[in-house]
Design a protein around this ligand. Structure first.
Ligand SMILES: *Cc1c(COP(=O)(O)O)cnc(C)c1O
Length: 373
């Protein structure tokens, strides 16, 4: 039996679509540089499979969140420029240097720590500086920046090659916070020696030219999430998740379906039981709210999502399409990650990063496309 025939669910990741999305951003913002944010295993989609293809397509700079992710990515990309957003904590400087990772320094303490380390003679890589412009999460506050600007010796030891900040409301182009943060970023970065600047992630890129500076840091848009909610998604869909039907049952009123008897059957019909549950990252909050798609037919998710199983009302789907072994799209051409997220009461980022380890995963590139996996 092939892996795919044996699998209860199939997760297909279109790596070429990720590359197409990166190119689209790169063309849009040129001559600014398009980096790629590949933290959290490329938002759950597989950094080992995706990062090398992005690199081959011309992407030079990569961002991860943690030192461990940086060390893992260094093995995958021996020559890539790798930034670590969290920076060194509790004396990790030597590990950054050993793996050639560029720390994003988020506080005066991290900066002085890095300066001391660099001065001690070790061949420290360059570093990036993070300014807080209104997120109040990470980054130097204005008072810290003033103290730093008064210490050219510290700056010289640190050798910053990028100054960055992060937008709080970039997914809402009506928010006044965007222009406030833009003005703050200009003013604060102006207190430092001239160096490349970066403000925008996926959303900020689409707020306009002023937000692009020298480099943008898209993540979500590369993986197909809509960077401009409420308007048509300019990005290509990357993910397809298909769940296998295990059983089809005839039901009639007054039966109920699933735990808690939360779905009451009101007419004669059919229920398909699919082998995907919350242990697979198929959110429990989708109970009685989500849907799937089979053969172009939208099928409501009825009853609760349990650990391994989900039930759909397939009464209105032609019978030949509905049988054990048939696949229902949970994410696919007719149901986007953003739609699933809205039905689950969350955001596409969480849907992607929650995708479970039990799905049979396959990665499509030009070289694998069309070949049986
Ligand atoms: C995660 C992250 C990004 C990427 O954000 P997206 O919205 O996924 O494009 C960029 N910059 C920073 C600082 C981040 O933490």
């Amino acid at each position: 039996m092939t892996d795919i025939a044996r699998a209860s669910s199939l997760l297909t990741i279109d790596v070429d679509a990720v590359v197409a999305n990166w190119r689209r951003v790169a063309n849009l913002i040129a001559p600014a540089e398009a980096a790629a944010v590949v933290k959290a295993d490329c938002y759950g989609l597989g950094v080992a499979q995706i990062a090398p293809v992005l690199s081959a397509a011309g992407c030079r700079s990569f961002f991860v969140a943690t030192l461990d992710e940086g060390i893992q990515l260094r093995r995958i990309l021996p020559g890539g420029v790798i930034y670590v957003l969290g920076g060194p904590v509790g004396g990790g400087e030597a590990d950054f240097a050993a793996h050639g990772l560029i720390p994003v320094l988020n506080s005066l303490a991290q900066i002085t720590g890095w300066a001391t380390f660099a001065k001690a003679g070790s061949a420290a890589p360059a570093a990036a500086l993070h300014l807080d412009t209104g997120m109040n999460r990470l980054g130097l506050e204005e008072a810290e920046l003033e103290r730093l600007a008064a210490r050219p010796d510290v700056l010289a030891s640190v050798r910053p090659i990028l100054v960055m900040s992060h937008l709080a409301c970039a997914d809402d182009d009506t928010s006044p916070k965007n222009m406030e943060q833009l003005a703050t970023f200009r003013r604060l970065s102006g207190q430092l020696p001239a160096m490349p600047r970066s403000l925008s992630a996926s959303g900020g890129i689409f707020l306009g030219r002023d937000f692009r500076f020298d480099m943008a840091r898209p993540g979500a848009a590369l993986y197909g999430l809509n960077p401009i909610p409420g308007r048509p998604n300019p990005m290509a869909q990357v993910v397809r998740l298909q769940g296998k039907i295990l059983q089809v049952r005839d039901v009639d009123s007054p039966m109920t379906v699933g735990y808690g008897a939360s779905h009451r059957v009101v007419r004669r019909g059919k229920i398909a039981t699919v082998a995907v549950g919350y242990a697979d990252g198929w959110f429990r909050s989708l109970g009685n709210r989500g849907h799937g798609v089979i053969g172009g037919f939208k099928v409501p998710l009825v009853g609760r999502v349990s650990m391994d199983l989900t039930t759909f009302d397939v009464t209105d789907v032609p019978a030949p399409l509905i049988h054990p072994g048939a696949l229902i799209d949970l994410i696919g051409p007719d149901i986007t990650v953003d739609e699933v997220a809205a039905e689950a009461g969350t955001i596409g980022y969480e849907v992607l990063t929650a995708l479970g380890r039990r799905h049979h995963r396959r990665w499509l590139t030009r070289t694998t496309e069309g070949k049986p996996a």
